[in-house]
Design a protein around this ligand. Structure first.
Ligand SMILES: CC(C)(COP(=O)(O)OP(=O)(O)OC[C@H]1O[C@@H](n2cnc3c(N)ncnc32)[C@H](O)[C@@H]1OP(=O)(O)O)[C@@H](O)C(=O)NCCC(=O)NCCS
Length: 230
């Protein structure tokens, strides 16, 4: 199976309807009440280069797009779909990785988040560096949370003052990641320094051993020589 995974553009607008149908069908099967995306909205994501499309020849195999919230301080990689015949071959992992990279390139300072009940999505997000968080860490943009209104569990979210629900919140925080990377670098340089110190110690030990051997040999030699001269 040779599938191309690319940043979508104007040339892919014709797939919008099929993408919306595939999302709606999957939502019905999973019993989730995700709002049906309108083809016009998906066309926008395709044309603006804010989505990744997977194609098997000219057949749609999968899709995901970028949404921005709180004036692009937060972004979400939404609408992940892999057509049933292409599932369980790692395609979602590839699409999610591609949309994540595209998001980092387009919005390097934004926090990337998602809320999900999907085990595959949780697994993929974890691999990408997302951490589970409470909803208080996510965007507080009203427009984002309005998307939950069509979910059958919306009453649970409301009952909990939007603090928790059945979905797990997951967040990739670039600031935290860069702090962790800097800490990692510091840790590595300390480790290298200690290792070089250890090596020096070993070297010094070997040298003093050699010196001891040398001096004991010369003293034996000297003793021999002095006994000879007697
Ligand atoms: C969820 C979905 C995108 C996964 O697509 P996929 O191409 O089959 O996923 P992958 O093959 O990349 O699998 C990713 C991981 O999830 C696991 N996985 C895939 N489907 C799974 C399932 N139904 N149950 C449990 N684990 C599953 C895989 O084993 C893999 O884990 P691993 O890395 O530990 O091996 C696809 O099933 C789908 O489109 N479903 C309907 C829409 C949907 O649920 N979207 C997510 C909305 S949040």
């Amino acid at each position: 199976m040779k599938i191309s995974i690319v940043q979508a553009g104007e040339q892919h607008i014709g797939y919008a309807e099929q993408i919306c149908d595939a999302m709606a069908e999957a939502a019905t099967q999973r019993g989730t009440g995700i709002a049906r995306r309108k083809p016009e909205y998906i066309k926008g994501k395709l044309a603006e280069g804010k989505s990744i499309i997977a194609l098997d020849g000219d057949k749609l195999a999968g899709f995901s797009y970028i949404e921005t919230w709180s004036h692009a301080k937060f972004i979400a990689n939404s609408g992940l779909i892999v057509l049933p015949e292409y599932r369980k071959h790692g395609l979602a992992t590839k699409i999610k990785t591609a949309i994540f990279k595209l998001s980092r390139k387009k919005y390097p300072d934004a926090k990337i988040f998602g809320i999900t009940t999907s085990l595959p999505v949780m697994k993929i997000n974890s691999e990408l560096g997302y951490k589970p968080v409470t909803f208080s860490e996510l965007t507080q943009d009203e427009e984002f949370w309005k998307g939950c209104q069509s979910c059958k569990n919306h009453d649970i979210l409301q009952r909990n003052d939007r603090k928790m629900c059945l979905c797990t919140g997951m967040l990739y925080d670039p600031e935290r990641e860069s702090k962790m990377a800097k800490l990692g670098q510091k840790f590595n340089s300390i480790k290298e320094y200690l290792q070089s110190k250890d090596k020096d110690k070993e070297k010094n030990k070997d040298q003093s051993k050699d010196q001891n051997n040398f001096s004991s040999k010369t003293s034996v030699k000297n003793e021999k020589e002095s006994s000879l001269s007697l």
